[in-house]
Design a protein around this ligand. Structure first.
Ligand SMILES: [Ca+2]
Ligand SMILES: [Ca+2]
Length: 367
């Protein structure tokens, strides 16, 4: 055991040990306890936990990463707590734990839930070193400097005036800051579709260069690979307030009917406030209800806008609902030789999930 902490001397190295072997040993012997550097929970129970170094994949499993709701007594740590069934994956060079519930809506959206990553059982890539897991607060790296200690926190609803909706797309994430103050009805309408998972596996069906990319109305059934129409509720009243500038998101609606928006939205790729587009004045003005929060989200938006489009409006495959007429300017991850060869789940610009990001706090709650 003592040799673990004694680097080989220069003379030793020269005599017997090949440099590549020594390098490997050094790395293993001095493995630091992985610390958590980023936590992103959403309001339907999906959680991303990122560490500063790689984990041992065999130790990242559902027994060691657990999510519970408080149960009927509304108190955590009692017998009626409900363990949520989920799927645990290790991504991003084995540094990121991706926990997702097995069903789209595992509990009422915004329910507070606890997250526990076992400090005893989840190990560094060496299979020996324990994670340094003690939760130190939002945005702060975990740990107390010594391996071991559970990562334990509560995820809860973001009650701020501008919560974040994460659009998880096949091209990357777009985080959108939502405007609850100026567009409250549109925000409530947005929550209906997001909180019920209705936009999961939806796809962007329209892209017009330097103008908009549009989605929210249609989805792909991941079991049948068929395209379909997302069920809608009553239209929402128009709440035009914020200008349709680049990087904003607004509701789509029917021509000549300001109060007809339901589930379709569009990102303003260019400045569409005035000029030929005139989205601030046309049809009562289009309701901007949020804006892309950061540069990485804008980059993803631009990547999507840069995809080639294809006219799929004539006899596409996997279209039992007959949505083809809306698919004349469809952005494509992979263009197809003919619409009849369309493979929706791989060829279309799929939005895997839209959910509101939660806040997270220490567990137990600070008094
Ligand atoms: Ca309980
Ligand atoms: Ca520790």
């Amino acid at each position: 055991m003592t040799s673990r902490f004694v680097p080989s001397s220069k003379s030793n190295r020269r005599e017997t040990i090949k440099p590549v072997v020594e390098h490997m040993e050094q790395r293993l012997l001095f493995a630091a306890a992985p610390r958590v550097t980023s936590i992103v929970p959403d309001n339907r129970g999906e959680v991303m936990i990122t560490f500063d170094s790689a984990l041992d994949p065999t130790t990242v499993k559902s027994t060691n990463v657990q999510i519970h709701t408080a149960g009927a007594d509304d108190v955590f740590g009692t017998a009626d707590d409900v363990k949520i069934d989920g799927i645990v994956r290790l991504k991003t060079g084995n540094r990121r734990i991706w926990w997702r519930p097995r069903v789209a809506v595992p509990f009422a959206a915004d329910t507070t839930y606890s997250v526990k990553v076992s400090g005893k059982n989840v190990k560094a890539a060496d299979g020996v070193t324990k994670i340094d897991g003690e939760f130190n607060g939002p945005g702060v790296a975990s740990g107390n400097g010594t391996g071991g200690g559970d990562l334990l926190f509560l995820a809860k609803r973001d009650k701020s005036a501008s919560p974040t909706a994460r659009f998880s797309t096949v091209e990357g994430n777009i985080d959108v800051s939502l405007d609850t103050v100026n567009t409250p009805a549109t925000y409530a309408n947005f929550l209906h579709y997001a909180d019920n998972g209705l936009w999961d596996y939806s796809f962007m069906h329209r892209s017009v260069s330097n103008f908009v990319v549009q989605g929210g109305g249609f989805n792909v059934n991941i079991n049948t690979n068929n395209m379909g129409t997302i069920p809608t509720v009553s239209p929402v009243v128009n709440e035009f307030h914020t200008s349709n500038t680049r990087g904003t998101i607004a509701m789509a609606k029917l021509g000549g009917d300001p109060n007809s928006a339901t589930d379709q939205w569009f990102f303003n790729e260019g400045d569409n406030s005035g000029g030929g587009a005139s989205l601030d004045t046309q049809n009562g003005g289009f309701t901007v209800f949020g804006n892309v929060k950061n540069a990485s989200g804008l980059a993803v938006m631009d990547q999507i806008a840069a995809l080639p489009t294809q006219d799929l409006s004539t006899s596409p495959a996997h279209d039992p609902s007959g949505i083809a007429p809306v698919l004349s300017e469809t952005p494509m991850l992979n263009t197809v030789a003919s619409p009849a060869q369309l493979d929706p789940i791989t060829d279309l610009m799929v939005v895997r999930r839209i959910a509101i990001l939660d806040k997270y706090v220490a567990f137990p709650m600070p008094t």
